[in-house]
Ligand binder design. Structure first.
Ligand code: ZN
Length: 484
């Protein structure tokens, strides 16, 4: 949906909604005299919390995020709503759960009827600029709705090429308007590669050994082999990717701080995590375990907000209403309730929900499956690996229920004093039943997903090529639009 110019009546209606929301003590966050801020949403694709040194499990991998976290908000329990790029971004952009927007669940083309974050900002007069190194976030899949300018570029550009591209994009900046800048970078995404100067490997580490480890890793889904050495090397390659993603964020924050005459609010997160052999799982998608769902989330630059580590569990669907609020854009009460807490005030938050749909099997005509490794993995993986098939995770902290289409459900306790990988369903059946009811109630409250016909235009061959290079095998026929 694209409506760049708000009508007077729409503006008045928006103001009225804002007043009503304020009366409900939820507040409209921007004082009228303050100029609207510029907001940067930066996604370090695939970066897990433990790749970000601000979270304390890596050393100096992400100095920029660490610096922002120190004088901003760090969300310790931030969750994505889906374990892979397309549905995860669709939830960030629409404020809807995957089953509601259906992108990456039963279709790959985002519906025009979704009212995306950038569209809402654009209607409110915000200039919207985007750059993505990930082809899922592109015109091809209608994920650029509402952006005045959006470029999708080759993944994993060098810092210099990234800087040149962003400089070109920012030349289009209209300083008379506030801006929303979205950026996705792919440095921490596989396939993992050795780059000279990797500070997480010994200086004499052989590039061939790194390549061999990455290759072995990519073929080890559901393997019972001891992969400790391989995983240690791959993790070092991954950390170096997170470091390079963070360098891009550093460049961008410096650039915007120097050029913007407005307050800069920066949100740094990732779209999902990754598996490094936990439960013998490799890669991402097809699981809703903590390794894939817990993401870094840091917010910097909010006015009148004390630096804090927020313990309240939050999720990506909370981002859209939060960004609208920080931009001073009115929203309805349902959305306003979802805004991220900016202090540890307690209170009941909505349940966290993450969903995965096994697109390869559920989408008519999809031939080859989503990942090249799946052909082998589907034969090798056992029911105890709990991969593939549709699944949903519901979290009411500290408990997490995973409801599988193909397997019996699991219950986990996530508090730090417990073994968060031990299924406790048998010992706590009443909690499992409570979460199961909550999950059913939540999902049955969803509006039906957009029902417009899905006419997928042919996916350009260079896009297919790049997605294949990332491990997404869409099948030979996909260029004809079979995978919806
Ligand atoms: Zn991703």
């Amino acid at each position: 949906m694209t409506e760049p110019t708000p009508t007077i009546s729409a503006t008045r209606a928006a103001a009225l909604v804002c007043i009503l929301v304020a009366l409900a003590s939820l507040g409209c966050q921007r004082a009228p005299q303050q100029p609207a801020p510029t907001i940067l949403l930066f996604v370090a694709d695939t970066a897990r919390q433990d790749a970000v040194s601000a979270y304390g499990k890596a050393t100096e991998s992400t100095p920029t995020i660490d610096r922002l976290a120190k004088s901003g908000l760090l969300y310790r329990r931030a969750y994505t709503n889906a374990p892979w790029t397309l549905p995860s971004h669709a939830s960030m952009f629409s404020g809807l759960f995957p089953s509601e927007h259906s992108v990456g669940m039963t279709r790959t083309l985002a519906s025009d009827s979704l009212d995306m974050l950038a569209e809402r900002l654009q209607r409110a007069g915000v200039q919207t600029l985007g750059m993505s190194e990930n082809d899922w976030i592109s015109d091809t899949f209608n994920m650029t709705q509402g952006f005045d300018h959006f470029v999708t570029v080759k993944h994993r550009q060098s810092l210099a090429v990234f800087g040149r591209g962003m400089t070109e994009l920012l030349k289009l900046r209209d300083p008379t308007r506030p801006a929303f800048v979205f950026v996705n970078v792919m440095d921490a995404h596989g396939p993992f590669r050795y780059q000279p100067g990797n500070p997480f490997l010994p200086s004499d580490f052989s590039p061939q050994r790194a390549r061999a480890a990455a290759d072995k890793y990519s073929r080890s889904m559901c393997s019972a082999e001891d992969l400790s050495d391989v995983l240690a090397t791959v993790r070092a390659l991954y950390l170096d990717g997170a470091r390079r993603a963070d360098e891009k964020l550093g460049w961008l924050v410096d650039e915007l701080q120097a050029s913007e005459k407005r307050r800069l609010i920066t949100i740094a997160t990732s779209d999902h995590g990754h598996h490094f052999g936990e439960n013998q799982i490799i890669g991402h998608q097809y699981s809703v375990r903590e390794e894939l769902l817990l993401v870094p989330l840091v917010v910097h630059g909010l006015p009148d907000t004390a630096p804090t580590t927020i313990d309240t569990p939050v999720q990506h669907v909370d981002l859209m209403p939060s960004i609208l609020g920080w931009a001073g854009v009115a929203m309805d009460e349902r959305l306003a309730r979802r805004r991220l807490p900016v202090a540890n005030t307690g209170g009941v938050r909505p349940s966290i929900l993450a969903e995965f749909s096994d697109t390869a099997e559920n989408v008519k005509g999809a031939k080859a499956g989503m990942l090249r490794l799946l052909g082998l993995a589907r034969k090798r993986c056992l029911p105890e690996h709990r991969v593939f098939g549709n699944m949903r995770a519901l979290i009411q902290y500290p408990f997490k229920l995973i409801d599988y289409e193909r397997y019996s459900s699991e219950l986990y306790e996530l508090s730090s004093s417990t073994d968060t990988r031990r299924d406790i369903q048998a010992s706590k059946p009443e909690i499992a039943a409570r979460l199961d009811t909550a999950l059913e109630e939540l999902v049955s409250s969803f509006e039906p997903p957009p029902g417009d016909p899905v006419e997928v235009p042919p996916v350009p061959s260079e896009v297919l090529e790049r997605l294949r290079a990332l491990g997404y095998d869409l099948g030979e026929e996909n260029g004809k639009g079979e995978l919806q």
